[in-house]
Design a protein around this ligand. Structure first.
Ligand SMILES: Nc1ncnc2c1ncn2[C@@H]1O[C@H](COP(=O)(O)OP(=O)(O)OP(=O)(O)O)[C@@H](O)[C@H]1O
Length: 936
């Protein structure tokens, strides 16, 4: 009789250093097949029909009739009866600390979620016939437990225990319910199923389980059915699934076996037989959805809440491990259903944000391979990097380097896993045409954190605030499909694989068995140092090393053991029985020995430390922040650059405008210079003319004097005095004619200017003077023509240079009365000047014509005069005295024939010149008035 003593919880990562203890002999768990009656629950243990909760619990962990106080089986066939038949220690002493999966915090009640949430994104992963995964699940009718295998009539031990009603036994699930939202709503877990941690907090040692309490639990179980989990404490959820025998008729199972799903019981009445009761027993009729709902669903929920969780399938080759974990398109297994639930949970938890990453490895021949690594790159020697197992205080044991893929949808996650499945090593064996030759481990790392109210916008710049308000919670769901234990195969390769598989499974069994041994050893026996002393051979195989965190209690664990029961007398029966019993023993040991003290993962704050560096969510959040900042900086830099560019462009435009303005200014200056020069020239010229006129005034008097002499002569001769206008007698042109004094023409002592000489001519008779005047006028005319030509040329040039600009801006300038309006005025002035000069030209031409005419007439008159003088000379000789007296008086006597025409010609010319001069003066005055003063 063994006594289970209290055992302290074991740290997660504390490899034992003490000597190897001997292999466990679970005496305390041996059952006595000879007294099975005692292990069978009494009628009182049957669930009460007055407890409707039981049937609607989604947790509805199947009845676990604890029969640990029943007579034990033989030492060779340990059963679930792990307790001392004597019951608890005196005084109700706590014997061990265990946690029931049934006591895991329940998932939140989402009463309306079926109706209020959008369809699952998994709908993308529809079956070939268009069904979605959910649809498939809904369509699948969960077989009644009444269809459990019941081989024979009621055994004495089962007494009058009646079968549960179908409605009570159907395990409702939010995923595989009957599709009626109302019924789904009602199918929430009963409150008693989460007594230990109602709000999903860490499991605590309040869940201490004692033999005594177990005994009570059993009684309760017997009365309350599934509500046993209210108090019933298991440390791990262990389920056994029976694979249908190919070709076996329903109900015609091996006579030695009884599989009772309702009671979660498997009984074997053969040699070394006994009753085995687990958390769940699935018979051949149960489909994968039912298996998932009962064995993994709640664990997956807990993982989403922050617990580590491990589900693994264990069993002999060909018994349905892969079938249960992966399933088929129409009967999805634990992995796809877990994925569905993970994303459902994310949808139902809007106040948190999640990041999922997945890795997939296999342990083949004691080597770890990354199933997601893809084909090995050429040149890599045909081998992947060797993947090693490492351990740290935060992560526990982990494989590295291992590819992790971030996934965002169920479809994506399923695809990744399908990719890994394809890479997994399978081969045909004696028992399975497609036998998994490796242990396959899917790990889904779930990171989650509280959503930041107000979204990212409210996040400030610091990293710390980027983490606010809570830290990141990291938990891991490990879904493991172990390779099947098998007997030695003929094929060498299979033999090698088999030996590795068997060795690792054996180590797993040893570790689990030793957990029990260590647990049972009092501290004193172990040397008094507690858990440090125990040696658990985790390192003996990669599998146990990888499973170490789960087995040592850091994780919630659900073990699905698969068995196959052959028909009596069949070969399968013979060969399977031993393996099946081994599997059942393994399950029992695991059930009793693994102690879970799994706690909700801490929420790591900040990016420092291991946990922080692991939390991709944090890293990404920080990275997002930093990238956002970089983006903002880049935007700012870009804006600044653009502004600078704009400024440069503006400056360039400004420069171009200034240059243009400068050019325009230069042009204007040039034009003005030209105009100024022209005006200066003109002023000089006109001044010369005016001065000539003035001097003509002086000369006119002189001329007048000289002419008055003539006039006097004429007055004397004919008494007719006609004053001659000083102006009329002189042309400005005479000024430019070089003077040739003719003293003979003027009285001695008279101050005669050179112009007087000109005006009087060489001969003193005005002939030379007129010719000179004509010459001078012609020269003046040529000058003026040149001047006009120059002006016209310059004007043309100026016009050409500013034509386009002026024409463009003319209207505006005129309208705006801008300063450039002056240019127009200048042009207009120049036009006026040109027309004025033309008028002058015409005047001069007229003057020349008049002078020419006058000269002609004068010459004619002179000729006539010379003829008369000859005759006069003759008559003079005749009348000598009279003529001398006249000459002495100084009174020239003009012969009428000579004097009259000359006088008339001169009058015409003088009048003409007088008119022209006055017109000229007027025009000069106008021009000089309109000209700015500074042109001087
Ligand atoms: N519960 C079941 N219902 C129907 N078919 C099943 C069931 N379990 C297993 N099978 C079938 O049995 C065969 C072997 O199953 P599976 O490959 O899952 O076994 P296994 O335990 O994974 O074997 P191994 O360890 O060799 O990989 C498969 O063809 C599978 O479809």
């Amino acid at each position: 009789m063994a006594t289970i003593l209290p055992r302290p919880s074991r740290p997660a990562a504390n490899p034992p250093t003490g000597p190897l203890p001997s292999l466990p002999v679970p005496k305390s768990r041996t059952s006595t097949p000879s007294s099975p009656v005692n292990r069978i629950p009494t009628a009182s243990a049957l669930p009460s029909p007055t407890k409707p909760n039981r049937a609607v619990s989604s947790s509805a962990l199947p009845t676990r009739p604890h029969t640990r106080d029943s007579p034990s089986s033989t030492s060779n066939v340990p059963t679930f009866t792990a307790t001392d038949p004597a019951g608890a220690l005196p005084g109700g002493k706590t014997l061990r600390k265990t946690i029931s999966i049934g006591a895991f915090p329940q998932p939140p009640k989402y009463a309306n979620r079926i109706t209020s949430h959008p369809p699952s994104p998994l709908s993308a992963s529809s079956t070939p016939n268009g069904e979605t995964l959910d649809q498939r699940l809904h369509a699948k009718t969960i077989p009644s437990r009444e269809s459990s295998l019941r081989r024979t009539g009621p055994r004495p031990s089962m007494g009058g225990r009646s079968l549960l009603q179908k409605s009570q036994l159907t395990t409702p699930s939010l995923l595989n319910g009957n599709g009626d939202p109302a019924s789904v709503v009602n199918h929430v877990s009963p409150p008693q199923s989460r007594t230990s941690s109602p709000h999903g907090s860490a499991t605590t040692f309040e869940d201490i389980d004692t033999d005594e309490s177990r005994g009570r639990s059993e009684n309760k179980n017997n009365t309350d059915g599934p509500s046993i989990h209210k108090d019933g404490k298991g440390n791990v959820l262990v389920s056994v699934r029976v694979r249908p025998e190919p070709g076996a008729r329903d109900g015609k199972q091996e006579m030695d076996w009884e599989v009772n799903g309702k009671r979660s019981l498997i009984s074997y009445r053969g040699r070394e037989g006994g009753d085995y009761i687990y958390d769940n027993v699935f018979d051949t009729q149960d489909n994968n959805a039912r298996v998932y709902d009962a064995a993994a669903k709640r664990l997956v929920r807990r993982v989403m809440e922050g617990y580590h969780g491990t589900v693994f399938a264990y069993g002999m080759t060909g018994t349905g491990k892969t079938f249960s974990m992966q399933g088929t398109a129409t009967n999805p297994g634990v992995i796809p259903l877990a994925i569905t639930d993970i994303f459902s949970y994310i949808r139902e938890t809007p106040h948190r944000e999640f990041l999922l990453r997945v890795s997939y490895l296999e342990i083949y021949n004691e080597k770890i391979h990354d199933l997601l690594a893809g084909p090995v790159a050429p040149g890599a020697n045909g081998q992947q990097d060797e993947i090693k197992l490492r351990e740290d205080s935060k992560r526990g044991v982990y494989a590295t380097p291992l590819k992790e893929e971030i996934v965002q949808s169920p479809t994506q996650l399923l695809r990744v896993i399908a990719r890994g499945d394809n890479a997994r090593r399978v081969a045909g064996t004696q028992f399975n045409a497609r036998s998994s030759r490796s242990h396959a481990v899917v790990q889904i790392v779930v990171e989650s954190r509280e959503r930041v109210p107000g979204g990212m916008a409210s996040l400030k710049e610091t990293k710390r605030s980027a983490m606010a308000p809570g830290g990141v919670r990291v938990s891991t769901l490990s879904l493991i499909d172990l390779a099947g234990s098998e007997k030695a195969a003929d094929n060498k390769e299979r033999r090698t694989e088999g030996s590795h598989i068997n060795k690792s499974l054996l180590t797993l069994g040893t570790v689990i068995a030793r957990l029990s041994t260590e647990k049972e050893k009092p501290d004193k026996e172990k040397g008094g140092t507690g858990p440090k002393d125990k040696h658990l051979p985790y390192r003996d195989s990669k599998l146990t090393r990888l499973l170490q965190p789960a087995l040592s209690g850091n994780s919630l664990v659900s073990i699905l053991c698969t068995i196959q029961i052959g028909a009596s007398g069949s070969a399968a029966s013979q060969s399977h029985t031993g393996e099946t019993l081994n599997t059942l023993k393994f399950a029992s040991r695991a059930k009793n020995n693994i102690v879970s003290h799994a706690k909700k993962a801490d929420e790591s704050l900040g990016a420092g430390g291991d946990a922080g560096s692991r939390a991709l969510l944090d890293r990404y959040r920080v990275e997002i922040q930093e990238l956002r900042k970089q983006l903002e900086e880049q935007n700012r830099a870009k804006e600044a650059k653009e502004e600078e560019k704009e400024k440069e462009k503006d400056e360039e435009e400004e420069r171009a405008r200034e240059l243009e303005a400068e050019q325009r200014h230069e042009e204007q200056m040039l034009e003005m210079q030209l105009a100024r020069t022209a005006l200066k020239e003109r002023i000089e010229h006109l001044n010369r003319l005016i001065l000539s006129s003035k001097s003509l005034g002086v000369n006119a008097q002189r001329s007048f004097s000289s002419m008055s002499m003539q006039n006097r002569v004429s007055m004397v001769s004919n008494g007719d005095f006609r004053p001659i206008s000083a102006r009329s007698s002189a042309s400005h042109a005479t000024l430019e004619v070089p003077g040739r004094n003719s003293p003979a023409a003027f009285p001695p002592g008279t101050d005669m200017g050179s112009e007087e000489d000109d005006s009087l001519g060489e001969n003193g008779d005005g002939t030379a003077s007129q010719a000179a005047q004509i010459q001078a006028l012609q020269a003046d005319l040529a000058d003026k023509n040149r001047y006009i030509g120059t002006l016209e040329k310059r004007l043309l040039q100026a016009r050409r240079s500013s034509h386009s600009r002026v024409s463009m801006n003319l209207a505006q300038k005129i309208a705006g009365g801008s300063e450039d309006g002056g240019l127009v005025a200048v042009i207009a002035e120049k036009d006026a000047e040109i027309s004025n000069l033309r008028a002058q030209l015409e005047d001069k031409e007229k003057m020349i014509a008049a002078l020419t005419t006058a000269r002609t007439k004068r010459e004619t008159a002179i000729e006539v005069g010379s003829d008369s003088s000859q005759s006069r000379r003759a008559s003079h000789q005749r009348s000598e005295g009279s003529s001398v007296s006249l000459r002495n008086k100084g009174s020239p006597i003009s012969p009428s024939g000579f004097q009259s025409p000359q006088k008339s010609d001169m009058g015409d010319v003088t009048r003409m010149l007088d008119e022209m001069l006055s017109a000229r003066r007027n025009s000069v005055r106008v021009v000089s008035e309109s000209r700015p003063r500074n042109t001087e």
